[in-house]
Ligand binder design. Structure first.
Ligand SMILES: [Zn+2]
Length: 257
């Protein structure tokens, strides 16, 4: 059975027994992997240098069960390589990080590698650990996720008539923006503000990150340009998943304070 060495982010973990856990990992070169971590909670096995927590980044050694696609791999070594304790210092940071891990776990297939997606998730977690607001960072990550899985919508023009002005709605089913003329005959649609439309069609979310500008106080309502793109991309992601992430409502409640 092949032994794999890779970098990985912990997307989810569930207790399996007194001493073991089942973990979902996003590995850099081998995609999503579900693995049994025997003895990881006992802490006596030296091959597990530390416990494994949600959103931890580290190096793994796995034994893959290639003969049975559904079978869990076995985690044989784990060493945390990047510690981001500041993620847990503010509630919106950890909610944003959990949202990112949740939608990644649901929208990726096992064993289908996306190096750019792995790098984007590491960048999002590192940025969130020092962030003063979550939406710009998460929207960039949502954009990278949709791009990686081949489900990036068309933002710059109406999907029905190619018009580039007066884009008032978004349709997840049609995969992009809808103009005010085509809007009335589109059943499934989500209203989009001008500010959100500008951010999404500008290509800013695909460009290299700039440090986010944050409002001075958490009590100041955020400008639409912050939560708007997040909300729209989350609408599309929910449509693709067939369900909403529970973390999405928690994040949006932060934006409304
Ligand atoms: Zn149109």
């Amino acid at each position: 059975m092949p032994r794999i060495h890779d970098n990985a982010i912990v997307l989810a973990r569930h207790d399996f027994s007194e001493t073991s856990q089942v973990v979902a990992l996003l590995t850099r070169d081998h995609g999503k992997v579900r693995a049994m971590a025997k003895g990881i909670k006992r802490g006596t096995k030296t091959r597990f240098a530390s416990g494994m927590d949600l959103l931890d980044i580290g190096h793994v050694v796995l034994i893959r069960r290639v003969e049975r696609g559904e079978a869990l791999s076995t985690l044989t070594e784990w060493k945390q390589t990047r510690s981001l304790p500041a993620l847990r210092e503010r509630l919106f940071r950890i909610h944003a990080a959990q949202y990112s891990a949740d939608v990644t776990g649901r929208l990726t297939e096992e064993g289908d590698p996306h190096v750019a997606l792995y790098d984007a998730l590491v960048e999002a977690l590192e940025s969130l650990a020092v962030a003063d607001e979550p939406f710009q960072i998460v929207a960039r990550f949502q954009y990278a996720l949709l791009d990686s899985i081949g489900s990036l919508p068309r933002f710059e023009a109406c999907v029905h008539c190619d018009r580039r002005e007066a884009l008032t709605h978004f349709s997840s089913h049609e995969g992009g923006m809808i103009c005010e003329s085509c809007g009335p005959r589109q059943t499934e649609k989500h209203a989009v503000s001008n500010a959100t439309c500008r951010v999404l069609s500008s290509g800013d979310l695909a460009a290299p990150a700039v440090p986010p500008r944050a409002p001075e106080s958490e009590n100041v309502p955020l400008p639409e340009a912050y939560p708007g793109p997040f909300r729209l991309l989350d609408y599309h992601i929910s449509h693709l998943m067939g369900t909403e992430s529970v973390m999405s409502a928690k994040l949006l409640s932060y934006g409304r304070t």
